[in-house]
Design a protein around this ligand. Structure first.
Ligand code: FAD
Length: 405
């Protein structure tokens, strides 16, 4: 049987190796990961982990024994350094070389650094790994002030966790509103108000000049208007970059991620790429996209496991995602591409509502706050492309079941 080598032991890689065995693949599997832990879930790192409600064991996709018991050669603390496609080998950081028949790149992404003076001071943190979360956790305590740079989902989740732990939090956002990259204005306003009511301070349209420190340690954020806002720690949450260099250096097609098809295959037929390092097609939208979500990593792991074991390709899923802040569960289905208007169902002031992004009478995406039926049926409508009656959709007294019927 072919030797499958997986680079990166995260959500995508860990899911794939388990699926391969589940689908009956009997050949050798090697999975190399540069972290010390077995593959684990990252979403709780900005939530449960910071509150001490989760650790490496509880977040593990599978217990460590699973890998040995299933003849999966899992090698932690080792990174892949380079790839030679002509020889089908990968060079590893311990000096060894691995030969593959099928290679799966699942190296995820890494947080962007802040391109400002002071970004390398101690106490300037980012959040991608369990080790990062552990460091951040130490700063979230009463009397401490955390400056969060970037008003995206990770920043907002950390702000909510900080407040739950009694720390002060200020969110600095360069744009005039938070979530400007991913959400509409209604949702931005809702989350800003919700956080403000729970003690978070916002600096919107913030122009940060530099981070300032004392004795090499962060002490504050200096704004272009001259103010210095004191901080005991800074969390930088300004997006990330796919770990696609190994692939690009080996001549694979990349475009903000490794370009793959609907089987997650790269431009080299014996190499796949899955998860956040990939740049993948989104069939419902006829576009390529950097996925950055667990459901997409799982879907691509299924695509590759099916391709390797000769099963039919899984039916394409409607992309989905979520964010937990305080007692709010935001669920997002679809992508707002090509929408020409939005429709708000329910009253944001009630803390339970949904925003539908529509193209005519077709749902392109839905953002649902504490509104599971809107999310579920919205996702179904995106998938089946059924036109909706907009008056009924706008009326919360008409059930979503009736709207979607
Ligand atoms: P990862 O899980 O990051 O795994 C990649 C692994 O490869 C890492 O261990 C990395 O260290 C390793 N690696 C990198 N380079 C090499 C190399 N050269 N050699 C060996 N190993 C290497 N998604 C959601 O859907 N919902 C959420 O609520 C949500 N919340 C999140 C909160 C936080 C704080 C973070 C960080 C992410 C969140 N995400 C969320 C995103 C989600 O975690 C990712 O989409 C998912 O982990 C992608 O899986 P992956 O396997 O591609 O990448």
């Amino acid at each position: 049987d072919a030797h499958v080598v997986v680079l990166g032991a995260g959500h995508a890689g860990g899911t794939l190796v388990a699926l391969l065995r589940q689908y009956g693949f009997a050949g050798p599997i090697t999975m190399v990961g540069d972290e010390p832990l077995a593959p684990y879930q990252r979403p709780p790192l900005s939530k449960a982990w910071l509150k001490g409600e989760a650790d490496g064991d509880s977040l593990a996709l599978k217990p460590l024994e699973f890998y040995a018991e299933n003849q999966i050669d899992f090698r932690p603390n080792i990174s892949a350094v380079s790839l030679k496609r002509a020889e089908k080998t990968v060079a590893l950081s311990d000096g060894s070389t691995l030969s593959y028949d099928i290679l799966v790149i699942a190296t995820g992404m890494r947080p962007n650094k802040l391109p400002l003076p002071g970004a390398d001071l101690a106490g300037v943190l980012s959040l991608r790994s369990a080790a990062d979360a552990e460091q951040l956790k130490g700063h979230l305590k009463p009397g401490h002030h955390i400056a969060i740079i970037g008003g995206g989902y990770i920043g907002l989740e950390v702000a909510a966790s900080a407040r739950a732990l009694g720390a002060e939090a200020t969110v600095f956002e360069r744009e005039p509103r938070i979530l400007s990259r991913s959400a509409c204005e209604v949702l931005s306003t809702f989350f800003t108000d919700y956080h403000r009511a729970r003690g978070v301070t916002f600096e919107l349209g913030a122009h940060i000049e530099r981070l300032v420190g004392e004795a090499g340690k962060i002490s504050g954020v200096k704004m272009a208007d001259g103010r210095v806002i004191p901080a005991d720690a800074v969390l930088v949450g300004v997006g990330g970059k796919p770990n696609d260099e190994i692939a690009a250096d080996a001549g694979l097609d990349t475009a903000r991620g490794i370009v793959v098809d609907l089987e997650a295959r790269t431009s080299d037929p014996s190499i796949f790429a899955i998860g956040d390092c990939s740049h993948r097609p989104m069939p419902h939208y006829d576009r390529m996209f950097g996925p950055e979500s667990v459901p997409s990593a799982l879907e691509q792991a299924k695509q590759v496991a099916a391709a390797i074991t000769g099963r039919p390709a899984p039916t394409p899923e409607v992309p989905w995602n979520w964010s937990d802040q305080y007692d709010l569960k935001l669920q997002i289905a679809g992508l707002p591409f090509d929408a020409d208007h939005i429709l708000v169902r329910g009253d944001p002031a009630s803390g339970k509502f949904a925003i539908f992004h529509l193209k005519g009478d077709q749902v392109q995406s839905v953002e649902a706050v504490n509104a599971p039926p809107e999310y579920m049926m919205g996702r179904q409508l995106i998938g089946n492309r059924k036109p909706v009656n907009l008056d009924r959709l706008a009326d919360p007294s008409v059930s979503m079941k009736e709207v979607a019927a």
